[in-house]
Each structure stands twice: as C-alpha cells, then as structure tokens.
Design a protein around this ligand. Structure first.
Ligand SMILES: *Cc1c(COP(=O)(O)O)cnc(C)c1O
Length: 456
C-alpha cells in the first residue's frame, strides 16, 4: 500500500484557543519602553495605536486565549490547512529521514498572514474602530489585512515600500480589489515621509520607514484610526499558533513526532506560529525537539545582530523592545525574500534564542533558490522565497541523515507560495541572482545608533 502523503483534519478539530508562549517563558519578558521617556509603556500609550482588547491580549499572562467564533468561521474558509509528507522530495534526496510540511500557502492570499489579519480586524471592529493603517513590503501582509478589513467593513490605508510598489504591482491590485488605499512609501502624507523625500527624493523606502508612516497617521488621527502590525508583536505571534496546534494533531495522525521543527524568520510570526506549540511540549513535557529559525545571510538578525533594546521602526517613534537587532537604521539589501528584511525580531523569539531553547541559522540567497526549485520539482508547489529558507534547512537536515543513516522526523512550515515572485525565480534561472553576506562592520556601525536605555 502506498504511504500516506496528506494529513487532513476535520473542520471540527480547528483549534478553539490560541497558545500564548508568555505563560511558559523560561525567562521573564523584558518591559516594552516608551520611545521618548524610555520608561516602561502603559496600556494607555499602546491604546493610542491599538484598541484596548488587543492591548490586553498583548499583555495577558493566560496560556490559552479563546478564538472568537466569528474568527473561526472565517478561518474555516481555508483551515485546517494540510500537513503533508514530502515523500517525493525524500526519494529525490535519497534520505532515510521523513520530511513533513505544513501548507499555509492554501490561504486565500497565499500565506500564513490572514491567521492574524482576521482576528485583528475582528477585534478592531468590536472596539468600534472605523479605519486601520498599516505598512507592507512586497504586499503579503497588505493583501491579508485588506481581505480581513473587507470582511469586517473597515477602511484601510496601506504604506507600501516604494520599490515594491513600482516593481510588484500585482499584490497592490489585490489590495485595491479588496478596497484598500495603497500609497508608495515614503509618501507626502506624513511629516516623516515629507522629511525623507526632501532629503532623498529617490528613496526606495524600507519596511522601517513604512511602519513609521503608518504609525504617524494612526497616532495623529485623534483616535479615528488605529494601526495594525503583521508580525513581531505578542498578539500577532499568538494568533499564528493555530498553525502549530493543528500540526501537533496532524503529526499524531501520522503516528510520528518531529525531531526537528523548522521555519523561516523575518519578524518571527510564522516561525512562532508553527514552532511555539512544539516549544510548549519541550518546556512542559520534557520533549527534546530541536527548534530551528532560518533567516537570510543578508539580513542576519538572530545570527549576527545584538540582543539589546532598540526601536521597532526607523523614525524612532515606535516602542523600544529588547530583541535581536541589526539596528533600526539598517538599510536592507535588495534580496528577493522581501518578508525577511526587517531589522528586528519578535522579543519572545529573541528571548528563546538567547536562552538556548531555539537555534538560529542563516542561508544564502542562491542555496535558498536551489532548495526552492528542488522542492517545486518534487512536490509541485512553488514556494515563497521566504519559505524557501525553511526548505533549505530541512533539506540540509535530510542530507545529514543520508550520511549518518538516521531516520529523523523533520517538520517545516511552508509559509506561503511564490506565485507573485516569479520574476525572482526568473532572475535565478537566468543566473542573475547573487549571494550577499551582511558585513560585520555595518552591524557595528548601526549599534552606535541604539537608544541609550538606562540599565539596558
Ligand atoms: C511575511 C512573510 C514571512 C516573514 O514574516 P514572519 O513574521 O517572520 O513570518 C515569511 N513567509 C511569508 C510567505 C510571508 O508572507
């Protein structure tokens, strides 16, 4: 009999609660600081940007947080997502390892991002918010939030990094289809944007700049608009844990338990969403699964950044948090995994790496595309370049098993598909892509601009 390749959960097994890793952290969280006073922020400060129901979720010590039924109803449009065994990839590699992947590319916009966009729109609607602002890089987050806002009847202004706005119009059309307004950042709609455009009219923009603009619009709207972030924050990571909670049940169906759990990390949300339920088992049940976060060598936040206090955005208006950072002045090189180009990392992911509960590694651009193409030829799915970092690490683990003869169980998160990234694939096939290692001296320079936090 052929081996089973797909593990599908019945709708009735869609999780009823999200998992909050803060309840189990081996080290207490470092306080979030006000960017002006550098004192711990109060819920009042955060409530300028976020509705109180989300602020309370950000600080809750509860281990399990109920998923509201209207959110579950929308999740059911594509969840539970499949967990697949990559039998054909295993065969192509000639490895004794078993490789599983959780397929988040089946969501309506093709990535894991709607898992948090939908509850964020829901909670804002509940709190009486009429309009949201946000930023987007290549457009994955923007398209997820645009869909969610259209479901709940919220207006949405999106600050899209200019270089992507110009070069990758299709995701912009998706956002506009859902009714969002999309602007090329830096714009002339904010003080910060106008200042940057005066200094450098040809600025290609960056995620840090776009965040600053979206935050400024919400913070100066007199309460009319709230801000929404697609990664990094605690509530965002928590919403994503539906991925790993489903995966635990699916591994049970498969009759196996992973020795290694892998996901790519930009701000940390798909990594946390997939891995934290396994981290939970490590921390509370003595399981010994290796948990691996993979990032680009060109944006090596966890592997080369410093674990310290830094601003969440370029304009130094967002709260200061303790995290691995390349410095808020980091200028990202133009690699093709746009979703992985943020200077910082989710504080909980950073804390777990610093404490040794999570491993971090980096991958070069070319070896990442090698892995993506190999995966697509075996399994038929063209992965997002971001997700391909996880695939690279999974293949490397499987090849090590081939050498040692170990039959390890490897599970990774396929965070999205690459259908809007085919220009990058084309450049790769044409031999135009290059490796780029972010230089140590650039990290050193950026560290001289860190906020001078007392005792930090
Ligand atoms: C946004 C994105 C990422 C990176 O963001 P995280 O918060 O680190 O998950 C990874 N993969 C895909 C497909 C994305 O859209």
């Amino acid at each position: 009999m052929a081996e089973t390749a797909r593990f599908l959960l019945d709708e009735s097994l869609l999780p009823k609660a999200w998992y909050n890793v803060n309840a189990d952290m081996p080290v207490p969280p470092s306080p979030v600081l006000h960017p002006g006073t550098m004192e711990p922020v109060t819920p009042d400060f955060l409530s300028v940007l976020f509705p109180m129901n989300i602020v309370m979720q950000e600080v809750t010590p509860e281990r399990w947080v109920e998923i509201p039924e209207p959110v579950r109803e929308i999740y059911r449009l594509w969840r539970p997502t499949p967990m697949c065994r990559a039998l054909r990839l295993e065969k192509a590699l000639g490895t004794p390892a078993h490789i599983y992947y959780k397929n988040e590319s089946v969501s309506p916009v093709g990535s894991h991002k709607p898992n948090t966009a939908v509850p964020q729109a829901f909670y804002n609607k509940e709190a009486g918010t009429k309009a949201l602002t946000t930023e987007t890089g290549a457009g994955q987050w923007g398209s997820a939030l645009a869909m969610a806002c259209s479901f709940f009847g919220l207006d949405l202004e999106i600050f899209m990094v200019k270089v992507s706005y110009d070069q990758k119009p299709y995701r912009r059309y998706i956002m506009e289809n859902f009714g969002a307004q999309v602007f090329a950042s830096p714009t002339d709609r904010t003080q910060f944007g106008r200042k940057l455009r005066a200094e450098s009219p040809d600025s290609p923009g960056s995620l840090g700049i776009a965040i600053s603009e979206a935050v400024e619009v919400a913070a100066t709207s007199g309460g009319a608009k709230k801000y929404s972030l697609g990664s990094v924050l605690g509530h965002v990571l928590m919403h994503q844990t539906v991925i790993g909670l489903e995966a635990l049940l699916q591994m049970e169906m498969a009759g196996e338990y992973p020795d290694v759990v892998i996901a790519c990390a930009g701000g940390g949300s798909n990594f946390a969403g997939f891995a934290f339920p396994f981290v939970h088992r490590n921390l509370t049940e003595g399981k010994k699964t290796r948990i691996v976060a993979v990032e680009p060598a060109s944006c090596p936040t966890l592997t080369k950044g410093r674990y310290t206090y830094d601003y969440g955005d370029t304009a130094a208006m967002a709260p200061i948090v303790k995290m691995h950072t390349l410095g808020h002045t980091f200028v990202p090189p133009g690699i093709h995994a746009g979703g992985l180009r943020y200077h910082g990392m989710a504080p909980s992911v950073s804390a777990l790496v610093a404490h040794g509960d999570v491993e971090a590694r980096s991958a070069q651009q070319l070896e990442t595309f090698d892995a993506a193409v190999q995966f697509s030829k075996a399994e038929g799915i063209i992965p997002a370049p971001e997700s391909a970092h996880a695939i690279r690490a999974a293949i490397d683990e499987a090849l090590r098993c081939k050498e040692t003869g170990e039959k390890k169980v490897i599970a990774f998160n396929l965070s999205g598909h690459g259908h809007f990234d085919m220009t990058a694939y084309q450049s790769y096939h044409a031999g135009h892509l290059q490796d780029f290692e972010y230089p140590d001296h650039a990290v050193e320079e950026a560290m001289t601009h860190l906020p001078k936090v007392p005792g930090g």
